[in-house]
Design a protein around this ligand. Sequence first.
Ligand code: ADQ
Length: 457
Amino acid sequence: MARLVIASYRVAEPKRGAAAGGLAVGIADALKARRGLWFGWSGRTAPAPSPEPDIVEHGGVGYARIDIASADHAPFYAGFANGTLWPLLHYRLGLMEFDRAALAAYRRVNAAFAAALAPLLSPDDLVWVHDYQLMLVPRELRSRGFAGRLGFFLHVPFPPPDVWCALPQGSALLESLLAADLVGVQTERDRSNFLACCAHCLGVAVTDGTVVHAGKQTVVETFPVGIDTQGFARTAARAALGRAARQLRESLGDRLLIIGVDRLDYSKGLINRFLAYDSLLHIEPSWRRQVTYLQIAARSRIEVAQYRALRRELDRLAGRINGEHAEFDWTPLRYLTREVPRATLAGFFRLARVGLVTPMRDGMNLVAKEFVAAQDAADPGVLILSAFAGAAAELTEALIVNPHDPQEIAEALARALAMPIGERRARWETMMARLREATAAAWAKAFLDRLEACPAP
Ligand code: ADQ
């Protein structure tokens, strides 16, 4: 079996591996099975970083990590990756900032990653590059002589040509991705957008999902990311009996719990979600005192101005909603801007009657899948899900909403809160059956099987 080499911006702590949860589970299993190497950022910056990665081994997996140049980190990460690419890829041109110096830093960091990784590779390795922070790595690896099988997976959406073309020098990024043998995306929509951009911006031939550019063929396919469904379900069942879940349950009394869990990011639709809850309390006053909405929003990317502005807006809105609707013995909205341990979250999901997942645009959204996996089969909660989350393609039995319309979300909330047990069970069982198959491990396997099936270099 070929050795697997993963390159991603962040790397799980060697000792934690799959315990870091989420995506690390699927990746860690594949790495173990293939005696793999995980390459990425050390989490440190240095004025003149060593070009050689620091390599450690743990549990049969190698971890190779490099520092990023101190002068480059901010323009690379807060600048081009999260100030330019992130909004662009989430269709938010109005929030996109472009600066050539930031693009130059992005190029340098991607080149430094490839320069440090290339000497570690052998021709029969399977190399799998992850996400929008490393879009120039495929081409950089090729120009350093790596001719083996190379795959790229984009975790976030890919926008249509009219949006993508607004990015100055965007063609260089597309060309780099076409240096890979396989490009994987989350949904059919992302796939057709990516292919349309290749045809439109590069003028290349696209047939049956295969792009031929500069004499090289690249296959573009859909691989929806999954979670460790059974593992998360077990964690939730256990955590629901634990201390945090008990305290939460006691604090709720007879009230039904609505839960939202997100990174504090404008793509997650938090403002409209707060407005929707406010609207529910206005249009369906019978739910006053009967519900509590718990929103856990982990602070994220605070070095980017838009994220700080969003935080201020949510703080203001949370204050207004509680000020307007609260009673001396009822706080309608509980709002926490921090991370909560995964197991605790799993227990909270299981207690909730409604999971509220309403991103304006999301590659997949693993919270939606975690919420479903965490439910008690005898008394499952209802998922309300944005039509623009990648997960909506699979979780069709959720109440699907347009996140741009707070009123529509409010109506879905009222419907979910009143939904009879029979309907809740039927919807949940269908979604859960699907998630039992479409796990993180199955996702990694599907991608790697497809990469291995690409023509030998
Ligand atoms: P994210 O944008 O980070 O991921 P998501 O898929 O929801 O979004 O994953 C977030 C993970 O972090 C989940 O496992 C969740 O439980 C956890 N999390 C969120 N808030 C938390 C909190 N307050 N405390 C603790 N944990 C929290 C990107 C893309 C997604 C895509 C994933 C995977 O934007 O669309 O689904 O990658 O491909």
